[in-house]
Design a protein around this ligand. Structure first.
Ligand SMILES: NC(=O)c1ccc[n+]([C@@H]2O[C@H](COP(=O)([O-])OP(=O)(O)OC[C@H]3O[C@@H](n4cnc5c(N)ncnc54)[C@H](OP(=O)(O)O)[C@@H]3O)[C@@H](O)[C@H]2O)c1
Length: 204
């Protein structure tokens, strides 16, 4: 399959590329670097990306900004970052990308465990993640030509915890997190939110 990976240069994106590359043709997309770049916050940028790369079999998104902060700290701008970027950025990716996917292809977005297992300080992120998961379940009902739409919900990634000076063993490594994305791309699921914990132990 020809698969475009948005956020390919990121912590999760690198794991996705590692896991899918042996089996598929991967088009890695970054924001600040790489041959192909996109800004999820701009519909024009998403449209331009697909003009450049043409038709693909699958779109995978491992990008989307949202901000941590207590309710007392979070400004309207902080909430809007998650809504405009992580939520609507990936919604626009579906709306624009669907016209550039082959029949029976797939789109896999990224939400996060905080939608269903919030922690203090996650209100803005939990809101964006929950909105995205609702969107995926509904959008899958309308997708044309057998195109499947799912979201992957990662828990903390080990490399992310380590970069914060925390114990990586409390999370799931990027390469194991990527197995949920592989299941979404290669399987038959549609309109589902895949919890990475259900896939992290499966063979790659
Ligand atoms: N890491 C975790 O523990 C974890 C847990 C749960 C959920 N998630 C979610 O998973 C997603 C990816 O997380 P991550 O930790 O892999 O992030 P990351 O390491 O910060 O990587 C982010 C990726 O997105 C790209 N990017 C940045 N700004 C962008 C923009 N405006 N438009 C398009 N792409 C952009 C970056 O490209 P450049 O490198 O070119 O800047 C990079 O490839 C996020 O939505 C995050 O909320 C992460």
């Amino acid at each position: 399959m020809k698969i475009v990976v948005i956020g390919a240069t990121g912590t999760i994106g690198k794991g996705i590329v590692n896991v899918l590359q042996p089996h598929h043709e991967i088009i890695p997309v970054g924001h600040t670097g790489g041959d192909f770049r996109v800004d999820l916050g701009s519909k024009d940028s998403i449209t331009g990306l697909f003009q450049d790369i043409g038709t693909v079999d699958a779109i995978v998104s491992a990008a989307g900004l949202a901000r941590f902060g207590t309710l007392a700290e979070l400004s309207e701008e902080d909430f809007l970052l998650g809504l405009h970027h992580k939520l609507m950025g990936q919604v626009h990716l579906v709306q624009i990308g669907v016209d550039h996917i082959a029949d029976l292809g797939s789109i896999t977005l990224t939400s996060g465990v905080l939608s269903r297992e919030p922690i203090p300080g996650s209100a803005a992120i939990s809101m964006a993640n929950a909105g995205l998961e609702g969107f995926v379940r509904a959008a899958a009902l309308e997708s044309p030509r057998g195109i499947r739409i799912n979201a992957v919900s990662p828990i903390w990634v080990s490399e992310t915890l380590e970069s914060m000076g925390k114990d990586g063993s409390d999370g799931i490594p990027s390469d194991r997190t990527a197995l949920a994305y592989k299941a979404s791309v290669e399987g038959t699921l549609n309109g589902e939110v895949l919890d990475v914990r259900d896939y992290a132990s499966s063979g790659s």
